[in-house]
Each structure stands twice: as structure tokens, then as C-alpha cells.
Design a protein. Sequence first.
Length: 227
Amino acid sequence: MSSRVVFDIETLAEPLESFDDASQHYLKRFVDSEEKMEELRKNLNLHALTAKVIAIALMNPDSGRGRVFFQSDVRETFDSPDGLVCYNSCTEEEMLGEFWKVIPSYEEYITFNGRGFDCPFLMLRSGILGVKVSRNLMLNRYDRQHCDLLEQLTFYGATRRFSLDFYCKSFGIESPKSKGITGLDMRELYDAKKFRSIAEYCYGDVMATAELYRRWKEYMCTPVVTQ
């Protein structure tokens, strides 16, 4: 059995006002209403040039063990109640460094929309912060090293895309969103210094992705036929 890892990230936009005048003008060039301004502020969270990584969660779906690196205003390390997950607070540079130390040891990495978000975000943030990447996460979309479940469940764009939460509900999998937290709550949680809640939410996404992967692998994945 090949070694596998599921990973997910949480990001947080920098305040629009933190950018210089020229950059703000560039970002706001299509804004002509309060609604579009609100949309702009929300979408800053989606781009590595306007947001930062505040948590990275990894889980081995075969052993059930995992690690979470997360930003906090205090240094702390703690384990989950079942002892399967180790949580470490660190800076963004440190968590990226730890990620790149770990990821080469796995033959396959599993994400949900990783090709469209997590993978390029991690690589760009690493370049911006001067952290050396150890693996190209943006190979050909059909490369078997990366199982992006959003690609698999839409048959590479042949069918409609849904959110992880929607897929989980459809497959009868517990979603971390069911606890009342979504990615849109990161700013509120971060400002309230609820760093552990962010870390645990991130790992919840990884657990849901791992179970969705198990369902896909068991019931939908077919062997590659070579001629």
C-alpha cells in the first residue's frame, strides 16, 4: 500500500487598508458599490498575495494519525483527546517549513479542491516568504500523485461542482460546518484569539475529506486500464 496524506489549509486575508495606495487602487478598480466592496474584502482571503496561511492540517488516512500547525499568539503543543493528533502553534514561515519537510515522505497526497486552491496557495506563500518548497504540487491535473476529490467527483469538470459541506451531507458524512463554523468565520475567530478553534476546524475538514476519499476509493475509483 502506498503512503498517503490528506491535507487542508485555512487562510486569512490581510486588511485592505494594510496595502499601499497604489495596491489598493489596483484591487478596487472594479468596485463601484458597497456590495462589490464587501465582495472584494471577502475574496482577498482566496489569494496568496492578499492573504496568509493560518493553519495547515495533515492526516494519514491509513493510520488515522495527524498533525496541525497553526498560528497563535502563544507557543503551545497539545494532543487531541484520543492522542491521534498533535497540534503545534508556530509562525506562518515555520508551518510552511514543517509542511515541506513532511510532504515528500508520502507517495500520494489527497485534497478537496487542492489543485484550485490549497496547492498553488502553499507554493506562492512559500515563495513570498522565502521558504523552499520540496515538491511540485501543481503537476498535470491527471497525475496520480495527487487525488483532488473535487476533480474526481466532477469527473474533471464534466459535472457541477459542490462544496465539501454539500458533498459530505450527500454522502452522509459529518461535516465540520455542522458545528456552526465555516471558512468565513476565520477573521472573527482569529481576532477573538480562538486559535485552537481554527486549528480544530481545519483538522475537521481533513477528517471529512479523508472519509470522502474512502467512499470514493471504495465505490467509485476504477483501476487504470493500459493497452
